[in-house]
Design a protein around this ligand. Sequence first.
Ligand code: AQP
Length: 325
Amino acid sequence: MDRIFSGIQPSGSLHIGNYFGAIKQWIKLQEKYQCIYGIVDYHAMTVVYDQKELPDRVMDAAIAYLSAGVDPEKSALMVQSQVPEHTELTWILNTVTPLGWCERVPTFKDKVRQNRDNVNLGLLDYPVLMTADIIIYKSVAVPVGQDQLPHLELTREIVRKFNSTFGDTFPEPKPIISEGALIIGLDGKQKMSKSLDNCIYLSDSPEKIKKKLSTAVTDTRRQRKTDPGVPQECNIYSLHKLLSTPQQQQYCHQGCTQASMGCFECKKILAENLINELAPLQEKQQFWLSHQDQVREILHQGGMAARAIAQQTIQEVREKVGLWK
Ligand code: AQP
C-alpha cells in the first residue's frame, strides 16, 4: 500500500476547520493507504506556548483523532517528537533549501504579523520541518486543507532539489484536498484558526455552538431581514454545503436570495446539523477521556511503528549525503 502522512499541531483545541479540512478525510483514506497521522508538537513550539499545557494538548488532539474515527488498527497515530528522525532530516533539508523559498511562503508572513514579539527561526523553518514530516515516510500524498497548499508546493520543490542533488530518494507528494477545503472563522473574514479565537471547537457543547453561530458574521449585505443576500459569499451557507441536506440548502439559498428568511433561521438549521454531526464524536471523546492510559499506549505503539520506517529512510539519506558512518 502507498503511504501518506498528515498532522495537526497541538497549538490549541481542535476546531471544525481541522475536522472538515483534514481529519474527516483521514478516516476514509485509511481504507486506501497506509496512513501515519501525527500530532506535530515541534511545530506548536514556533509560537509562544505554555510548556506545562503542551502534553495535555497532545492528549486532547489524540483523543480528537480517535473520536473522529482514526483507527489504530489501521493507521499509526504518533507524536512527532517521539520520532527524532523528523528533526534530523529537517537539518539535512535545510542545507538544500534556499532561504528565499521559505521567506516567500504566505503563512510565514501572516505568522510574522501575528507574532511580532517572537519572530523566531522556527517560524521560517516550519515548512521545511513539515517537508521532513511527510517525506521521512516516503509519503506519496498528503491530505490537507487549502491553506496548506503553498507549504506543499514548497515540499515538492525541496524534494526535487534533494533528488537532483543526491539521487532519486523521495516521491513528490501530491495534495489530497478535502470537500471542506477552507473553513472561514466566525468573524467571516479569516481562516478558522486556533490562534485567532474565531472557532467552533470539536468539544463545544450544543449550547455553545448555538451561541457562537448566533453571533457569527454572515453576508454583510443583509443588514435587515428584508435585504436579499448572496449565499455564495456567506460563511454560514458554505457550512450548510458541508452539513445540510440538498433540500435544506435549497431552502436556505432561496430564503436568502429572496429575503424571505432571516439569518437567524438559517443559522438555526445549521446549528442543529452541526450538533448532530459532532454528537457521536463528542460521545467518544468522553470515553477516551476516561481511558487516557489506553491513548498513551496507542501513541507509543504508533510512534514505534512510525520510527521503524523513519530510521530506514534516515539511514539511506545519511549514506546519500555522505555523513560519517
Ligand atoms: N480553517 C481551516 N479550513 C480548512 N482546513 C483547515 N485546517 C486548519 N484550519 C483549517 C487544516 O487542518 C490541518 C492541520 O492544521 P494545523 O493545526 O496543523 O495548522 P494550521 O493550519 O496552522 O491550523 P490553525 O488552527 O490555523 O492553527 P494555528 O492558529 O495554531 O496556526 C491542515 O491540514 C490544515 O489544512
